[in-house]
Design a protein around this ligand. Sequence first.
Ligand code: FE
Length: 180
Amino acid sequence: MKKILIVFFAVLSIASLTIYLSIPSSTAMAKVNNINSRDTTNQKGKKMNEKVIKSNEDWKKELSEEQYHILREKGTERAFTGKYWNHHEIGTYVCAACGTELFESDTKFDSGCGWPSYFEPIDSSRIIYKEDKSFGMSRTEVMCAKCDGHLGHVFDDGPPPTGLRYCINSGSLKFILKEK
Ligand code: FE
């Protein structure tokens, strides 16, 4: 009888241990999700920390004249002329030069300024912020962190929750419609 009990408890212990090891703890699962949500791999499978560096000649070949002027020469399209200032479809706005996903449509708002406006980027590490003193103004320029392309400026007169207005040239962006 004693022998049977020992065997029974041995089997029970092994079974419990097997079940315990096969179920990941909720903390581990949360960490995996956290890492996945912070994954900055773009569509081409390259990590964000790999910069896209190209010569002006190469950018000229890949971009339209207007895109090149805005992205590589820090130009600005005229207000109310770009293709996205009054655009309301659901999807993602990516950098027109390197394809990095920059803004989601649910952070876009009608600022009335004539350029597409967002209250926050998808990930602030995908944006470079730089003081811009040109034209006698003091502004904060925003650029794509991957390709250094000029996007526009960020102002502190945006709506909640951030109070920020990322005022971006349509020419710096490409819209990717969300598939239903
Ligand atoms: Fe870019």
